[in-house]
Design a protein around this ligand. Structure first.
Ligand SMILES: Nc1ncnc2c1ncn2[C@@H]1O[C@H](COP(=O)(O)OP(=O)(O)OP(=O)(O)O)[C@@H](O)[C@H]1O
Length: 238
């Protein structure tokens, strides 16, 4: 125990070209503490999305060890990956809402996939829609929503299954500062319920808006540690 995510000597290279220095991500060594809030910052192209894709198991590293929930997820059999993915909520940079499903059905989707009975769906879905301020838009199709509203649907869908980790890639990228503040407030509230949060952003103004957040910074595929977040968290129960 002690960490919920652990990267050891992780590197990622896309394709087969490039020499030994052709990696997109290099020498990543860090651990994330359960229940903590992290911002991942860095310039465009620094590798933020790539690191998040490793974290939510959309991409395997070229080298190194990645542990989630104290298990090695690089060598784990493929059929076990969905079980890990269900424990991680993802807010994609481009939302990825299902265009032909209503707001309600988009948010209900993870519960339906997890086999929750229809009669048990309604209350949590309506509660979540109210939480993100979209109770009155539940029948709308995504294309009829504003960018900020779509972003909130994406967030509701990511958190409805009560993931242990929430990963969000530029979740305030398309909204005005007021909406960005509201979305961060949602993440903060979720964090207070115990969810570990990782938010990638190149908007450094966001960083000061969550009082207990730590910052990880990527520069050309390597992590630096402005707030000391990378120090391995103390092991409990020692
Ligand atoms: N599927 C891919 N195949 C090849 N190269 C890729 C792929 N995805 C990303 N890259 C490259 O990896 C580097 C890092 O990209 P990444 O999207 O991870 O950066 P980022 O920090 O998230 O950028 P942004 O803030 O612009 O989203 C870039 O040079 C990009 O071109």
């Amino acid at each position: 125990m002690g960490s919920i995510v652990r990267f050891e000597n992780v590197g990622l290279r896309y394709g087969s070209d490039g020499g030994s220095d052709g990696e997109t991500l290099s020498d990543l060594n860090f651990a994330l503490a359960p229940g903590a809030f992290y911002f991942l910052t860095g310039a465009s192209g620094a590798g933020k999305t790539s690191l998040l894709r490793l974290l939510y198991l959309a991409q395997r590293p070229t080298r190194g060890v990645i542990q989630l929930f104290d298990e090695d997820v690089v060598t784990v059999p493929r059929e076990r990956l969905p079980g890990f993915r269900r424990r991680i909520g993802v807010v994609f940079q481009d939302f990825r809402l299902i265009p032909y499903l209503s707001v309600y059905d988009n948010v209900a989707l993870p519960l339906r996939v997890a086999g929750v009975e229809e009669r048990d769906l309604d209350a949590p879905v309506r509660e979540m829609l109210a939480w993100v301020g979209l109770a009155s838009r539940s029948d709308a199709l995504p294309a009829t929503l504003s960018g900020g509203e779509q972003q909130r649907v994406a967030i509701a869908r990511a958190v409805i299954g009560r993931p242990e980790i929430l990963v969000a890639d530029e979740p305030t990228g398309n909204v005005d500062p007021e909406m960005a503040g509201r979305l961060l407030h949602l993440f903060d509230a979720l964090n207070r319920l115990g969810t570990t949060i990782v938010v990638a952003t190149h908007d450094i103004h966001l960083l000061s808006r969550v009082s207990n957040a730590q910052t990880l910074r990527l520069e050309a595929g390597r992590l630096s540690d402005p707030t000391g977040a990378l120090r391995y968290p103390p092991r409990t129960g020692a």
